[in-house]
Design a protein around this ligand. Sequence first.
Ligand code: AKG
Ligand code: FE2
Length: 183
Amino acid sequence: MGLFKTAALEGLYVIEDFITETEEQELIQAIDSRSWCGNGPLPTFTDFIVKRFKQQKIIDFEDEPNMCIINEYEAGQGIMPHTDAATIFGPIILSLSLLSSCLMKFTHSNNSETQFLTVLPPRSLLIMTKSSRYDYKHSISKDITEWFDGGENGEKQEIIRSRRVSLTFRTVRSSGMDVDISS
Ligand SMILES: O=C(O)CCC(=O)C(=O)O
Ligand SMILES: [Fe+2]
C-alpha cells in the first residue's frame, strides 16, 4: 500500500488500494441494490471503512465521520470547483473512489493559476486536510479521456473515464448541525 503526498500540496494524500477488489464489488452491490438517501446513522455497509480509518489512524476517534455522501459519475460527468463548507464540515474530508479512475484538480481560491492535479485510482482513499481542504477548490472534469503527466517515471498516463462511484466521509460540526439546510 503506498501512501504518497501529492504534488507537494499541503494536507493532500492518496492511499492506493485502501480496499480490495472484492470489497469494492460488495460496496457497489450494496449501493446499487437500495435507495440509500436519507438521514440517520451511516449505512452498515460502510462500517468496515470507518473501522479502517481508525485502525490506520487516519482519523481520531473524536473526529469520526457522521456523514457519508455517495456520488455517482457516469462518463462525461464531473463536479464543479468547490470547497466543502468550512462552517459545516470538519477539517478532514475522506473520499473513497470506486470503479473508474479520474483526475482531481485543486485550484487555489485566491489564485486560479495555482493548480495541482492528482489521480484518484479505483479503491484509493483521498485525504483532504489543511491547505488542500481550506485554501483550494477541488473539481473533476467532464472529460472522457484525461492525461496525467505528473507520474513518477515522467510518462503520460491516459485515463479513460467510465462510471465512477465515490463515498465521501465528513464530520458535520456540532455547530453546523443546527443549520437548517433544507430551506
Ligand atoms: O467524488 C469525489 O471524490 C469528490 C466529491 C466531492 O468533492 C464532494 O461531494 O464534495
Ligand atoms: Fe467536495
